[in-house]
Design a protein around this ligand. Structure first.
Ligand SMILES: Nc1ncnc2c1ncn2[C@@H]1O[C@H](COP(=O)(O)OP(=O)(O)OP(=O)(O)O)[C@@H](O)[C@H]1O
Length: 391
């Protein structure tokens, strides 16, 4: 990379399938002319299937490029992060700057970056950020259950939001109205999930929830902690690459909130999509996750909260508990009134656990089981992302 920080050589991954299937057009008509005018050399590759971007990021010769740009939704960029962190040379790989040109349904990262710099959401603004070469560090969250890991840079949802996002897929023929339609259906028949979240609060949030007696260790809960022992297991076992941050249980003050929950939303960046500011106080590299949790809430108030999502004002409601954590463990339970129906846990658009007894047509087996605890730990500023210069 030249001293100016401007990239000279980029690897560009285009998802022709995401969003309105416009990735290829956006690349040809909006990205290519500006990349060429800026004198940037590039290699372009279209994704051919799910997890293709992860495979590319896992095997690419990164010495040849100053950055990897995704013309896609958030999902493909998250695959790239996971591919980087599964490499033997993950420590170098994860420092390769990522760029995002919004071409998906969920464009939360692009909107978060542009909004933070006071710039309107547009493809050209996202592209200028990459060409200018400004960068910022980005937190990476390790989502862990036993020896299974997923790396997230955006969010994790359990309860109402995950149910609406995932279960409304069957109404895709409605276009974007499917989300509002299904949300209304869910509000009229509001589900609440039993369970508990335990967490290490960020400074300033030490009073949230109840203190937890530290008698159960992560190990007993089936959580791999990134300890020396786990790192040895990783070397011998199926996992190579980044083992996740190390957390020393005994030194941490854990607190808890018990369900039932209507919605649990954990965010690393402010926007979940172009028009949903789910975590208004989230920062890219503060080393914390923002939690917005709704427990008891009358159903028509839930509806009101959704109308205040655009600018993040919903977090001021007395029905929303909003706080920051360094680590959080979700212990997901069954729906209130049911002994066998659990919910959905979705991280960065990927269903990672599903306890509702169904598997949508063609959906791959889920990464994690619904029921055992799932732990999230944040690694401050581990990744790097091209970003418009902050104000
Ligand atoms: N050629 C392809 N065929 C099918 N799926 C693909 C292809 N290329 C990528 N994918 C998958 O498409 C999914 C969504 O991609 P992307 O991140 O671009 O959009 P999104 O906004 O997250 O989701 P979507 O627009 O599909 O709702 C990813 O899980 C990715 O693995």
């Amino acid at each position: 990379m030249p001293p100016s920080g401007r990239p000279r050589r980029l690897f560009i991954i285009v998802n022709p399938y995401g969003g309105k299937r416009s990735g290829r057009n956006i690349f040809q008509n909006e990205v290519l002319p500006l990349i060429e005018a800026a004198g940037i050399l590039y290699t372009m590759q279209e994704t051919k299937h799910r997890l293709h971007a992860q495979e590319i990021a896992h095997s690419l010769d990164l010495r040849k490029y100053d950055g990897i740009v995704c013309v896609s939704g958030d999902g493909v960029m998250v695959e790239v992060v996971n591919g980087f962190l599964q490499r033997e040379d993950w420590e170098t790989a994860i420092k390769v700057p990522l760029g995002i040109i919004p071409a998906g349904t969920g464009n939360g990262m692009a909107q978060s970056l542009l909004h933070a710099a006071g710039e309107p959401f547009s493809i050209s603004n996202a592209l200028f950020a990459i060409i200018r070469g400004h960068k910022r560090p980005l937190d990476v969250t390790s989502v862990v259950q036993g020896k299974t890991r997923f790396f997230s840079v955006l969010m994790l949802t359990w309860g109402l939001v995950a149910d609406v996002d995932i279960e409304s897929e069957k109404y895709r023929w409605m276009g974007s109205a499917r989300l509002e339609f299904y949300f209304l259906l869910r509000v009229m028949n509001l589900r609440r999930y039993n369970g508990r979240v335990i967490f290490v609060p960020a400074p300033g949030y030490e009073e949230v929830g109840e203190p937890v007696e530290q008698t159960t260790s992560c190990k007993q809960n089936g959580i791999s902690t990134g300890s020396q022992e786990d790192k040895a297991d990783d070397r011998n076992g199926e996992t190579s690459g980044y083992p996740g941050p190390s957390i020393e249980e005994a030194d941490l003050e854990w607190r808890s909130l018990s369900g039932p929950f209507v919605s649990v939303w954990l965010g690393n960046v402010p926007f979940a999509s172009e028009d949903a500011m789910a975590a208004p106080k989230a920062e890219f590299a503060d080393g914390y996750l923002d939690c917005a949790i709704i427990r008891d809430c009358p159903r028509w108030d839930v509806l009101g909260l959704m109308f205040q999502m655009k600018d993040g004002a919903y977090v001021n409601s007395p029905y929303v508990e909003y706080f920051k954590v360094k680590a959080i463990r979700i212990e997901p339970g069954m729906r209130v009134g049911s002994s066998n129906k659990g919910g959905i846990i979705d991280s960065d658009g990927e269903v990672i656990a599903r306890g509702d007894g169904s598997r949508a047509g063609g959906e791959a087996e889920h990464l994690m089981a619904y029921g055992p605890p799932i732990q999230l730990t944040v690694d401050q500023g581990l990744a790097t992302i091209f970003s418009p210069k902050s104000r």
